[in-house]
Design a protein. Structure first.
Length: 167
């Protein structure tokens, strides 16, 4: 038995995993928690670390499960190949990925990080840039802006901020 790599259809990693597991295949989808903006609130969602990639464990003997149904499984695009041979993934790599995944599950990737430059996208101060300070509850954050030549800490909804690129 070896691990191989399945290329999924866009944003259908979980669908492919569920359908392959329903057929009896052993699969592994590496996900990490990440803050996302959804319907005017900040939520923590599990995102694939490798978009459109899913690991599957397959054998090559006569007694092993057939590889034929994999390609026609909903959510699957194809098995990743190097030439005509499917791309093998070493067990050690899968073990390392699982250990890393377990370590980061308790620390979601933040939408904004302390000290990062942000721009207000809504309200009376639209277009003003500031420095992200910290989260203050589920939806509100604290931002340091300069107002009339003085630094002011403002509380705003996280959905009203956008990262300033290139800073």
């Amino acid at each position: 038995m070896h691990w191989y790599l399945v290329h999924t259809k866009p944003r259908q990693e979980k669908c492919a995993q569920e359908n392959l597991e329903r057929q009896g295949y052993e699969c592994y989808l590496l996900v990490f928690p990440k803050e996302k903006l959804r319907q005017s609130s900040v939520v923590i969602a599990n995102e694939p670390l490798f978009p459109r990639c899913l690991f599957i464990r397959l054998g090559q003997g006569h007694a092993d499960q057939s590889w034929d149904p994999i390609r026609s499984t909903k959510g699957v695009s194809q098995l990743v190949r190097f030439g005509v041979s499917p791309a093998k993934v070493h067990d050690d790599l899968i073990d390392q990925l699982r250990a890393t995944e377990a370590a980061v599950q308790s620390k979601p990737e933040r939408l904004f990080t302390e000290g990062e430059r942000v721009r207000l996208t809504d309200g009376a101060f639209v277009g003003i840039e500031g420095i992200y300070q910290m989260a203050d509850g589920e939806r509100r954050v604290m931002v340091l802006i300069e107002l009339m030549g003085k630094p002011v800490v403002m509380k705003v909804d996280a959905v009203r901020l956008k990262k300033v690129m290139g800073s």
